[in-house]
Design a protein around this ligand. Structure first.
Ligand SMILES: Nc1ncnc2c1ncn2[C@@H]1O[C@H](COP(=O)(O)OP(=O)(O)OP(=O)(O)O)[C@@H](O)[C@H]1O
Ligand SMILES: [Mg+2]
Length: 138
């Protein structure tokens, strides 16, 4: 499904739509160029899922962990990953198959390790404030 977002103020609504769309799926892959708004959307999504922690891109650790209302939330940023071996070494599988939420930035970096089913979110930049979100079940 496509969801136009006119400004950052509409992200809360978009996050709720994304949660509704996802059903029971808990792994979300976020695609979009640098600065498209992956972290910003994930922050809003985490709030909708009941996380009260400060959501920022995991810089030193690849993965951040937050407490959602019903499940833990793992927030990955694979941008700095050099190769897939690094993902194996950090134990990505434990997180992916834990049954908790996994919100993943730069999944392109682990293209060979993607789970069988996930929610694909594409963020297209239309202008400074506007985005076109696309949600897809894989
Ligand atoms: N509608 C919108 N949705 C998301 N972000 C928006 C929107 N409008 C403006 N922005 C701005 O765009 C920027 C998005 O930055 P953000 O860090 O979320 O991008 P990113 O995709 O995570 O980048 P990176 O690839 O570097 O991790 C923020 O400064 C945010 O305020
Ligand atoms: Mg980011």
């Amino acid at each position: 499904m496509n969801l136009p977002v006119k400004s950052i103020n509409e992200l809360k609504y978009a996050s709720q739509k994304l949660i509704d769309f996802s059903g029971a799926d808990k792994i979300f892959l976020f695609y979009g160029e640098m600065g498209a708004g992956k972290t910003t959307l994930i922050k809003s999504l985490c709030e909708c899922l009941g996380a009260e922690e400060n959501v920022t891109s995991p810089t030193f650790s690849i993965v951040n962990e937050y407490e959602g209302a019903t499940n833990k939330i793992y927030h990955f940023d694979f941008y700095r990953l050099k190769n897939e071996t690094e993902a194996l070494d950090m134990g990505y599988e434990e997180y992916f198959y834990s049954g908790n939420y996994c919100l993943i930035e730069w999944p392109e970096k682990i293209a060979g390790l993607l789970p069988e089913h996930y929610i694909r979110v594409d963020i297209q930049v239309l202008n400074h404030d506007e985005r076109l979100l696309t949600f897809e079940k894989i």
